[in-house]
Design a protein around this ligand. Structure first.
Ligand code: SAH
Length: 471
């Protein structure tokens, strides 16, 4: 069983420091199921690859295990895919060989640990079952590009059909510890071997390794269930505990920060103008089914609910607390039946490809992108424009040029402490046009709020429409 991880980061041999494994040496560890070797097929300044090769000993696996004699499964105990197809043994090996890297520490190069590197991992054999669909569902939401290859079971006998094994390659610019963590959890999920002992502490391991990403993954139910080999009580326990993973402190901070932003902009009544403009654009587009991404406390949702043109609205936000406030403000519990069916709130992250986001006429993204840091913005672009693909996207963000007009805002400071950037009109337009080109949309721009001759308007809006209409 083989896994390779490559990087083209310069110097690529930094990989050795990050993994605590010297590229010049072959290292071998004895594990309960066999041997794990680590070596580097290439270690140059511009490209470095580490390989983890497991020699699984099928006899050691069977030893000590009892089963009914003569039931025809004896041969299968010795001749099976366990030594070859990537499975939970690989996770055990990763945990043992790269414990320090997995926990985000590096003795000699701590500064490297938090840097995103161009990384590429290859698994030459996984028991993918029905093609690459599962690989995509698992890895794409985490921002990976996927390629898979499968072939005939035997080229001399095409009648035998396709092999149920595939080779998989995933690539992303990400931190090495994240890649290792995702592989650690998702390799056993890809492997569908059911008859395998799962102990209680697997729940702990899963939650520990899933921290910060699993709770928000759109396939979390499937991941948890397959990781725990479909043991119902363990699966339930893990899912319940994931549901409790709410970033309470951060959200309180979020609330005060939101107030700050409102104060800066209040003098202009900008918020209301923004909502008004978004609504009139949506009406003009004839949109009926709307998804409001990063809906916050539901300000836009309230307007959408009031206009019968909008047949259905889905509000999505990462913050549970904001959604609770939205629910309260919209009186969702007390709405008449007819109205209730027109709106739904869900918790979710814009970083993750999510089936629930498909099939809408328009998506609104009001004052959200500036809260995302650069690598995440890229994931969001793919989630929205490549996967959800609504007919239209109405997106607003501050125009930084206008900031000097706000008397209470010190020079050089953003309107909101949580903003990762604020763009000039030229920056926003360049970004929006390149996104439109890349994903087959057209984009036009509209200013929102009082216009200054030199500085433009406080809010800028991009209205994207899919080229060629429905398809
Ligand atoms: N659109 C609302 C809220 C804007 S504030 C309005 O105009 O009033 C930005 C919102 O984006 C916050 O509610 C925040 O929780 C949400 N947000 C930030 N990052 C997110 C992410 N990754 N996924 C979903 N929502 C996110």
């Amino acid at each position: 069983m083989l896994l390779t991880i490559s990087t083209a980061h310069v110097p690529a041999t930094d990989l050795g420091y990050l993994l605590h494994k010297n590229p010049a040496r072959l290292q071998t560890e004895e594990l309960s199921f066999g041997k794990a070797h680590v070596f580097y097929p290439e270690a140059n300044v511009d490209r470095c690859t580490v390989a983890v090769l497991l020699e699984v000993d099928p006899i050691a696996l069977v030893r000590g295990r009892r089963g009914p004699a003569g039931d025809g499964r004896q041969l299968q105990q010795y001749v099976n895919d366990r030594p070859y197809a990537a499975n939970s043994f690989m996770s055990v090996a990763l945990g043992r060989l790269f414990a320090t890297a997995l926990s985000g520490r590096s003795k000699e190069r701590q500064e490297l640990v938090d840097i995103s590197l161009p990384l590429n991992a290859k698994l030459p054999a996984i028991a993918a079952g029905s093609g690459s669909e599962l690989v995509r569902r698992l890895f794409e939401p985490l921002g990976y590009r996927i390629s898979t290859e499968s072939g005939l079971l035997d080229e001399t006998f095409p009648d035998w059909g396709e092999s149920r094994y595939a080779s998989v390659e995933i690539a992303a610019t990400t931190r090495l510890r994240d890649l290792l963590t995702h592989l650690y959890v998702l390799i056993p999920v890809l492997d569908n071997e059911k008859h395998y002992w799962v102990s209680d502490d697997e729940v702990e391991k899963l939650l520990k390794r899933g921290e910060g990403w699993l709770a928000m993954h759109p396939e979390k139910d499937l991941i948890v269930s397959r990781y725990l080999k479909r043991q119902r009580s363990l699966t339930r326990e893990a899912l319940d505990r994931l549901a409790e993973e709410t970033p309470e402190i951060e959200e309180n901070q979020e609330e005060t920060r939101n107030q700050e932003e409102q104060q800066v902009e209040r003098s202009l009544g900008l918020h209301e103008q923004r909502m008004g403009t978004v609504l009139s654009v949506l009406r003009g587009l004839g949109a009926r089914r709307i998804i409001d991404l990063g809906c916050g406390e539901g300000k836009l949702l309230r307007y959408l609910l009031a206009d019968p043109q909008f047949e259905f609205t889905l509000g999505m936000d990462v913050s549970w607390k904001s959604l609770e406030v939205a629910k309260e403000r919209l009186h969702l519990d007390r709405l008449p039946e007819r109205q209730k069916d027109r709106i739904q709130l869900v918790q979710g992250s814009l970083m993750y490809r999510d089936q629930r986001l498909s099939g809408f006429d328009a998506a609104t993204v009001v004052e959200v992108i500036e809260h995302l840091d650069a690598p995440r913005l890229e994931a969001f672009e793919r989630v929205l424009f490549a996967f959800a693909r609504p007919m239209h996207v109405v997106l607003t963000t501050p125009n930084v040029e206008y900031n000097s007009v706000f008397e209470t805002l010190p020079t050089g400071q953003f309107r909101h402490r949580d903003h990762r950037f604020e763009w000039s009109r030229a920056e926003f337009e360049t970004w929006a046009k390149s996104i439109a080109d890349q994903y087959g949309y057209e984009v036009r721009f509209q200013a929102v709020g009082p216009q200054d001759q030199m500085l433009g308007a406080p809010t800028q809006m991009g209205i994207f429409s899919r080229v060629g209409g429905a398809a």
